[in-house]
Design a binder for this molecule. Sequence first.
Ligand code: ATP
Length: 700
Amino acid sequence: MSSTATAKKKQEQGSGPVLDWSAGHGPVTGALSATTGAFAVATTGAATAMPPGWALAVGAAGALGHTVAGIRVRNAGRTLATKAASWLVGAGWTTWAMTNGPLTWAALGSLATIGVGIGAAARSATLYEEAREDEANATEQRLIAAELSAERRAIAAEWVDRIQRVCSITVRVVGVEMWETGAGFSIDAELPPGGATWNKIAGESPRLSADARLPHGCTATASPGIHQGRVIIDVTTVNVLEEVRNYPADYGPLSVHTGIPWGYRTNAEQIRAYLREQCALIVGPTGSGKTNMVHNILAGFSRAEDMLTWVIDLNAGSAGLPWVLPALNGELTREDGKPVRPGVDWLAGTYDEALLMLDAAVRVAKQRKMGYQDLLSRANTDLLPVSAKIPQIMLVIDEGAEILASTDRQIRKLAEKILEVIRIARAMGVRTVITALGATGSVLNNLMIRREAKVRVALTGGETEGMDLSKMFPGSRGLRVDQAPHKGAGFMSTPESPAALFKAWRILPNQIREITAATSDRHPTLDDVSAKAAGPAYARRWDAERTVWMREQVVADDAEEASPLTPGLRLSALSDRQESPEDALARRFREEIDAQFGTAPEPRTTEPDDGAQQPAGLNLSALRGEEDSPAQQAALAALIAAGPAGTGASAIARALEEAFGTTRQTVVGWLKTWAKDGTVVRVGEGTKARYVHRSHAPEG
Ligand SMILES: Nc1ncnc2c1ncn2[C@@H]1O[C@H](COP(=O)(O)OP(=O)(O)OP(=O)(O)O)[C@@H](O)[C@H]1O
């Protein structure tokens, strides 16, 4: 009960009975209450010699009270009269009975008759009130409908004229549907006989939009109707792509079969990607909102009950880390106190780890083909039935297109494996999402990608360079980069939904943490057949030596610019042989995960890490054993050039990237080695930390 209700009740108790003139009575209870009340008053009144006029006065007050209450709730005059009459008749009988004695046959008989009369009158008044209310509602609905259909008729007439003027086609509008989101409307129209097609209207989309004086970012797009003689024209009147919308707060379960929402269309409706058989390609130049889009995708996958996400991100793991580190570092808690599983099932941020992951994916696909023969034949299908017990593996490869296009011998090895997964694993439930910085020919000319990756996204963010939309969305007309000038906005097409404008939701680190915690108990575990095929490479994916690069990344960020995604992380360097508190935490986390989710480590196949090994960054592994390579010499030169002020890993990586393709992670590895052997000195702490070459180092 609300506090006001309680207070009201207390107040009533304190001040005696309160007369509620509007308190409801049915026809029967009303009549009963009236007659028994009158009888009680008459008998006690007669016995105590009460003046009979009092009953009449009470009746008059009752009639007046009910009339006022009735007027307040807008009862009909007829209902008011019935109620007032009931009170007056009751009071009249009481006055008469008190004078002549209530316990006579005449008094009792007339009271019974009055009771039946009041009941019948009340019933008729109730029915009358209900009918009056229904009629009022219906009138209101009729008014709304009339207003709406007048608006629809006006829209229909306006667009028939417009299509005639712009496209020289005379359509007949069959229906106009106003969108619930309030962002526009759809027109269903019949094309005239004589061979006019919907494409003709679709091709004139920009001119129609201009003719309709639509705001920037709003479009009139035509698509096929229920048959070839009909066309649907979607007209947006509010530019929802201009607004920043956060990832929806409902983290309810999803499935590969329900599709995964990736963003919203111009009509503000969600657009879903169905990835049971499809791969996806996301193109977005730097700054277009590609990382944010990847987070949208990972959020959807982590909400699914039948999907496991494996992420390859050789760009220092920035896409995957926010989904892993908070859980790995024990920063998240569940209500039941159990450990929170990372939002992705495997994260590879180094070349070696990526190779392990791709090899495992190929083995899983092959093993599933053999191990599930029986199941497939029983289900009479050649498509593995994906479920929580046999989850789909989604391989998300950030900047994967650049891997595919690389000419580097090592990277080509990764590229071949990625293509192999795409080629062999469709039926066996392993699909890929590949991102690319540009819609380069090397990616889109690849037949395999063209055929298998029909879920496509181009984030433009206003960028026109290298944005060939006709290559990304062949056959679509009227798409222009300048229609989506906002970050996170672009075009998306799926086999179910033709290419059109869309925008990804904005998703921030705190929401990633929330989703990680909220979906922790929902992630499936890899089925036995697949887990066996994936082997120790999979089972030991969270081992300290395998995740060392994640911590190095944080150390690097700490030394350069504190990562906004991992505030307050203080992971010490892992070269210490003694177990640090962070190590202990990570170990406990792994043990709990293993105990709970059955990913117990296989017997060790190699000796434990002696701590001397450096994290294997992408280029570091390429450079292994090559002391003072040209890239390292360039890095040392940059350090010397920086003088006593020193410099950081990112700045050095930026300077080297073009000439040598060196990543920040690689530079971090060098800096650590050089700090140990005294080549450089680390000065300052936290975000102020810098590396100074020994020739410029302060004395002592
Ligand atoms: N859906 C969105 N809604 C609103 N703003 C967005 C959206 N996506 C991205 N942004 C804005 O764009 C900025 C860049 O986004 P993001 O880091 O995802 O881009 P990117 O393409 O990955 O760039 P980079 O490669 O430089 O990291 C964000 O900081 C944010 O301000």
